[in-house]
Design a protein around this ligand. Structure first.
Ligand code: ATP
Ligand code: MG
Ligand code: MG
Length: 553
């Protein structure tokens, strides 16, 4: 067979296992989202790495909610995160953890650090603290509070915890090295005062631990062996190693960094996505244009397609931008195999077959999916009055036009050949009816004389047509790197990211589908019933993706 190419994280794990560096020979990873927004496509990469590698090497992966910024966090986000991870097909079982579970433990470690002279309470303002911190080329200066006595530090820290001091008045800092070449080791803050209610701990705490202190210790408490994160944390690794080396912490996890997933035309920052939601640029976190997992799900992307996409992108240590079209390619590949084909006319014009018996309905057999023989067939009603796409007819055709025109013949998919004879127009000159004749011998799409017709149109019988709303989604941003030109990503919002068709005409069997199903509307694209607004009385479809890459570059 083909030799499997290992990515650098797999190599690290295999080396560690081979060298006996992994306690119990069991890999333990964690996916650690902060519940301050919905997960986006970038997180899928992190989920696949953490859950995927644990699976591959027979280990386990924790779901850790990294909840240390109470004012930005919410139960809604926690629930959405869990729902999204499950949708992708990963299961953490009982292994759900919260950084907030460790607040007491983290507090006790902080008190110990104070006792040992390794942490101090600082009263510098945020502004002064920045100034004292120095720069990349200049060492920082010690705070005047750095030599505060252990007793006083303990007393003030206790008072901070007891709510006796206002926000911003004090912070607890690690005493490491104000001249360290690594800025994150210049006496990083461990705790700040925040009078904010926490989604899980309520008002129990008014001091909250910082990320660089919380994350490594949470990893250590949970016995994480490999702590995978994105490259922006590389600079934080020394702080990570400082925290896991604190006396009394007896498990040492290691941090490894990989490149974030960036996709052209997309923004992947919860802060910016929250802004789009709050300011009403989209209809919510699960708006089908959003790069959130909830959004792409509602749009009709499948977990299989997204996992395929992430695996094609691969795992590297160099940041890059992946072309949007690769993701759409993966979505089409997947949907092509699974989506049932249906005929839906998005911009209908009426066709009347004058020589077809009035009131008659017959059924023509149609394949559900030529790519999946098991998908079977269905009977599609055909009658005298039909709809075809307006763009499939022209009164006076340009040269080379192979669709319907006066005197021209086309095939109606799986049904008959028709020839256009005349039109009826309204007062504005818009064609309202195309009168045709059909060849009764052409049923199924061929005639005894074997004559050729070039065009084949999809169609819907008017008598049984189902009216539907079709939401034609396009990219939310019109440029590859939103905000690059002006510094403001809002300037690049695509004004045509949604076109709503209210008068689509569908064959009746579209009502057999429900949100979560995938369809191909012949010649029009892939669609899914909208999970928010779908009903049999008012069917609503979202366009997942067009059939081909039609984006004009
Ligand atoms: P954002 O900056 O978009 O708000 P974040 O990094 O603050 O995201 P977290 O909730 O902290 O979001 O992320 C959880 C995990 O997912 C982290 O380990 C983070 O490194 C990883 N992650 C976040 N964004 C991406 C991305 N674009 N590609 C790969 N992994 C990501
Ligand atoms: Mg984060
Ligand atoms: Mg962030």
């Amino acid at each position: 067979g083909q030799k499997e190419i290992k990515n650098f994280l797999e190599k690290i794990i295999e080396d560690d296992l081979a060298a006996g560096r992994v306690p119990g020979n069991t890999i333990v990873t964690r996916f650690p989202p902060e519940p301050n927004g919905y997960l986006h496509i970038g997180h899928i990469k992190s989920i696949c790495i953490n859950f995927g590698l644990a699976q591959k090497y027979g280990g386990r992966c924790h779901l850790r909610l990294d909840d240390t910024n109470p004012e930005k966090e919410d139960m809604e986000y926690i629930n959405a995160i869990k729902n999204n991870v499950r949708w992708l097909g990963f299961d953490w079982g009982e292994l759900e953890y919260h950084a907030s579970d460790y607040y007491q433990h983290l507090y006790e470690i902080a008190v110990r650090l104070i006792h040992e002279g390794k942490a101090y309470v600082d009263s510098l303002s945020a502004e002064d603290m920045r100034a004292y911190r120095g720069t990349l080329t200049e060492p920082g200066k010690n705070s005047p509070d750095r030599e505060r006595s252990v007793e006083e530090n303990l007393r003030i820290f206790q008072e901070m915890k007891d709510g006796k001091h206002p926000e911003g008045s004090y912070t607890l800092r690690a005493k490491i090295d104000m001249a360290s070449p690594n800025m994150n080791l210049r006496d990083p803050a461990l705790y700040r005062i925040k009078f904010a209610s926490h989604p899980r701990t309520g008002d129990a705490w008014c001091i909250y631990p910082m990320y660089d202190y919380t994350h490594p210790i949470s990893d250590a408490i949970e016995g994480i062996t490999h702590s995978f994160c994105t490259l922006e944390f590389e600079d934080h690794r020394p702080a990570y190693d400082w925290a896991t080396a604190i006396d009394g912490i007896n498990h040492t996890p290691h941090q490894y960094e990989f490149a974030r997933l960036n996709i052209s035309y997309f923004i992947m920052s919860k802060r910016k996505l929250l802004f789009l939601v709050k300011e009403g640029y989209v209809k919510g976190w699960d708006d089908p244009r959003m790069p959130t997992i909830s959004g792409i799900r509602r749009r009709g992307y499948s977990p299989e397609a997204m996992k395929d996409f992430v695996s094609r992108v691969g795992v590297a240590k160099v940041e890059g931008v992946v072309d949007y079209s690769l993701m759409e390619f993966c979505v089409r590949e997947d949907l092509n195999k699974r989506a049932h084909r249906r005929m839906v006319v998005l911009d209908p014009v009426t066709v009347i077959i004058d020589n077809y018996p009035e009131g008659q309905i017959e059924y023509v057999e149609s394949e559900n999916n030529p790519e999946a023989p098991d998908a079977g067939v269905r009977e599609v009603p055909f009658g005298r009055e039909l709809y075809i796409e307006r763009e499939d007819f022209m009164e006076v055709p340009p040269k080379g036009y192979h669709r319907l025109y006066i005197g021209g013949e086309i095939r109606l998919k799986n049904a008959y050949y028709i020839t256009a004879r005349s039109v009826v127009k309204d007062a504005d000159g818009t064609v309202t009816e195309v009168h045709c004749t059909y060849d009764p011998q052409s049923r199924g799409g061929e005639t005894p004389d074997g004559r050729k017709v070039k065009g084949t149109s999809h169609w819907v019988a008017a008598a049984t047509a189902v009216d539907c709303e079709v939401r034609q989604y396009d990219k939310l941003f019109a440029t590859e790197n939103p905000g690059a030109a002006t510094g403001n990503f809002l300037d690049d919002i695509n004004p045509d990211s949604l076109t709503v068709i209210t008068h689509g005409k569908a064959e009746p069997s579209v009502l057999d589908f429900a949100p979560g199903d995938h369809l191909q509307f012949l010649r029009n694209g892939y669609y899914t019933p909208d999970s928010g607004d779908w009903s049999k009385e008012h069917p609503v479809f979202n366009r997942t993706v067009t059939l081909k890459d039609s984006w004009a570059k």
